[in-house]
Write a protein that binds this ligand. Sequence first.
Ligand code: HEM
Length: 403
Amino acid sequence: MAEPSALQRESVVEWATQIDPTGDPLLAEDPYPYYKRIRETCPVLWNERFRYWMVMRYDDVFEVMRDPSMFSNAQMSVPAMTEPAGTRIPLQSDPPEHSRYRHILLPLFSPAVAQNLEPLTRGVAQRLLRDIGRAGSCEFIRDFAIPLPFEVILTWLGIPRDGWPMIMEAEDSGIRLHASDPQARQRSVALKEKVNAYFEEIILDRVNNGGPDDDVIAHLVSSQVDGRALTLNEMLRICMLLFAAGLHSTTSTVGNMMVHLAANPEYRDRLISEPDIIPSASEELMRYESIGVFTRLAVRDCVVGGQAVKQGDPLLVYLGSANRDGEVFADADEVVLDRDPNRHLNFGVGPHRCLGSHIARMELIVALEEIHRMIPKYRLMPDRPIVRHAGADRGTDELWLLT
Ligand code: HEM
């Protein structure tokens, strides 16, 4: 690639060091041209306004995520947010502590578990789509993308149905929490505290009184770490992570997928006529719109992508930028529904690689299969603009469809 001129480089640096990666409306609309400008001119860039490194190239993101001895997971965001129960387990720990907790959780995430959840997922998808079909239109995020993973993950966790409405309110407000609106943020934090207190009650009840033996809470109550039972606080911190990781990410991913399918009827028609390509199309749509930005802290002075980084500096890896890196993906800015190979980093890499990827992939494939079978004529509703956000998570707030 040709070196950018000094002028180009300076103007990009000047602009990008001051952007608000969560609140900038240009990024909300379409962040990829901006990611590309940064990636191709100053791929490891200090954001002066928020004081962290933006890591944009595939190879650099890969290296940072892969090496916990140099890059710690102790902090989940910039600025650091405190969770009501404490740091999330196992996401916010480093080896060897991380490995001990991850080991306990592995049986909950096997391909067989995902397979067992498939009938439930398909049943929920069919019920939601029947209602959407009858109504003739929907706001896809509210009517499908939020409730589908919600029902699957809360059932899998073992949360009784009477708690679902309050948790749904918290989830809905969290999913739309992207703008720097302090009131929305306060409301969402208050709701999260309520969810935390509710989960604590549920776990304590299980510890004291028993209950079903085939859900996540049952597994945690009977698990051991270092030869002892998990404490209530450890179980809570695990549940709060599973709740956050399992809902939001799938909602945003399926919402983003449908934005592109609805806006490009030729993609939609191909999934209808060639349903066998749905698994690869799902991977490609995830690559094309990757939701995540993840935080690491430099354990010591080091060099990332040729850039000197100081001990303690926060680094944010932009999976959305890495997955559009033209050095790795041919026609990176094109959707190639049957792309193969497709080494996207949407589920991360290294010791923290997404535990839930089998469950997430199953949910996404079931969703695409049922949508293209049950409401195949879906299209964008005229005069209802799509509302989207970028930032710590790339997602969709509103997507109105006619069916
Ligand atoms: C399309 C949906 C999903 C995407 C894109 C996604 C992405 C990711 C990524 C990139 C990470 C690594 C974070 C890091 O390195 O700091 C991660 C971790 C994790 N994810 Fe997912 N995820 C998804 C769905 C799920 C689901 C459905 C679950 C649970 C049922 C889940 C559970 C987890 C857990 C527990 C971790 C922490 C693993 C660890 O720290 O060892 N994820 N996810």
